[in-house]
Design a protein around this ligand. Structure first.
Ligand code: UD1
Length: 422
């Protein structure tokens, strides 16, 4: 397993381009199942999770050429879809595999998808996905750890569905299923995340009829078939936010090219409150670190609130800020695994239930660290940029699942990061 060696104390300078969004690319790849001709995606990030989704679609009989035309483009041809199954080996490495369930039911009327288990950041069931698909007439059996699903005779039926909780992939799964259902589906308490909007826009380009994207009510009128299209994946707001946290911790000034301004509005407001100077320049953003980083509180919420996927990185910032920050995690029940590792760098953090109280310290000092999940890994890299001396971060495969060359991008900005290959 690769590890990263980070030496803190090097300010960042220069410019870097934001990659395509992982959490938009995954549902968009699943959407190819719905189409009767190939779907071309551009601006795809080169990530472990996308390779897993590619393997899954190929397992089903699809032709998926990731990186054939260009490293960031793919053509997904699911016209030969023959085996509507998502096996455990693939689902266990990536919960987002569940995103194929809705499209398979809609297109073929049957699916067998291994039930995703618990994962490092919490229980994360898919009961809300299943309940919504049941309301559309789907029938589920559990056999050998697999969900065996079929659509009613005549296919899925439009339905009025209210999600008990906001669920991002749940909204995407059911939205995709509804595009080919009979009649109208109304999704209430739907997720408003920009990646849901991006998925919906691609579905429209494929011929789907849907309105209300970006609001909490999405209305989908089923059509008899969808065709392929060419679609550019939105930039990754979480990668962009992570790089802003990096400059806050390391110091310096950077320009982020192709910045998702609107999708990150809440995060930008919070970062400004900590002292960062953030100046939009057309499609780009110039970010300058303050002389003294100030503490601020955050509560994670569904979009447009502060994203849970930025919580660990924000906490890393707060370990080195002046003052005390209260960070409350409301989305996942166990998303503080980075706390123990940040403490190893000298951070002062106390935990009570879903709340972390972070008292900024004068200085952090490098230590050996172990990554536990994707965003936790990022927070360890970030805090190491501010720490005196050397940190070694083990298990960076978590980072590589969701960031396209974060270590390479930070190095190009002047950080001292070496990857040691296993
Ligand atoms: C997606 C993102 C992930 C992000 C999360 C929250 C992708 C591929 N992943 O994950 O990066 O952290 O949104 O913004 O887009 N829940 C249930 N039952 C369900 C579904 C969800 O109880 O059927 C709960 C979850 O356990 C969690 C909360 O609802 O506590 C939100 O989860 P959800 O929005 O579904 O997260 P994901 O879509 O898995």
């Amino acid at each position: 397993m690769d590890k990263l060696i980070v030496t803190g104390g090097f300010p960042l300078k220069g410019q870097v381009r934001i990659s395509g969004a992982k959490n938009a690319a995954l549902p968009l790849m699943a959407a190819a199942i719905l189409a009767e001709s190939p779907l071309k995606l551009t601006n795809l990030p080169a990530l472990g999770d996308l390779l897993t989704m590619g393997r899954l679609l190929r397992f089903m009989g699809g032709q998926v050429e990731l990186g054939r035309l260009n490293a960031n483009e793919a053509e997904l041809d699911l016209t030969g879809l023959a085996r509507p199954e998502a096996p455990h080996e693939l689902v266990k490495t990536m919960r987002a595999s569940a995103l194929v369930l809705g499209p398979l039911l809609a297109r073929l009327g049957r699916a067998k998808v291994s039930l995703p288990g618990g994962c490092a950041i919490g229980v994360r069931p898919i009961d809300l996905h299943l309940k919504a698909l049941q309301a559309m007439g789907a029938i589920f059996d559990l056999s050998g750890g697999d969900i065996v699903a079929r659509a009613p005779e005549g296919g899925l039926q439009g339905a009025e569905i209210r999600f008990e909780n906001v669920t991002v992939t749940g909204t995407e799964n059911v939205m995709m299923a509804a595009t080919l259902a009979q009649g109208r589906t109304v999704l209430a308490n739907a997720a408003r995340e920009p990646e849901v909007v991006d998925t919906g826009q691609a579905l429209r380009a494929m011929g789907a009829r849907l309105t209300g994207l970006g609001t909490d009510t999405i209305i989908i009128d089923g059509v008899s078939s969808l065709k392929g299209a060419s679609y550019e994946v939105m930039p990754d707001r979480i990668e962009a936010g992570t790089l802003l946290a990096a400059v806050a911790l390391a110091g310096g000034e950077i320009t982020l090219l192709g910045f998702p301004h609107e999708a990150l509005a809440t995060v930008l407001a919070k970062l400004r409150a900590t002292g960062l100077t953030l100046t939009p320049q057309g499609p780009d953003l110039v970010a300058r670190a303050p002389a003294t980083l100030m503490a601020a509180d955050v509560i994670t919420q569904p979009h447009p609130g502060f994203p849970t996927d930025m919580q660990a990185q924000f906490m890393a910032m707060m370990t080195a800020a002046r003052g005390t920050s209260v960070i409350t995690e409301t989305i996942f029940e166990n998303r503080f695994m980075h706390v123990g590792e940040l403490r190893r760098l000298g951070a002062n953090i106390s935990l009570e239930g879903r709340t972390a109280v972070v008292r900024g310290v004068e200085s952090l000092s490098g230590a050996p660290l172990t990554a536990s999940d994707l965003r936790a890994s990022a927070s360890l890299v970030l805090a190491s940029l501010a720490a005196r001396g050397e940190s070694q971060i083990h298990r960076v495969y978590h980072l590589d699942r969701g960031y396209e060359g974060l270590d390479r991008k930070l190095s190009s900005l002047g950080a001292s990061i070496q990857r040691v290959k296993a």
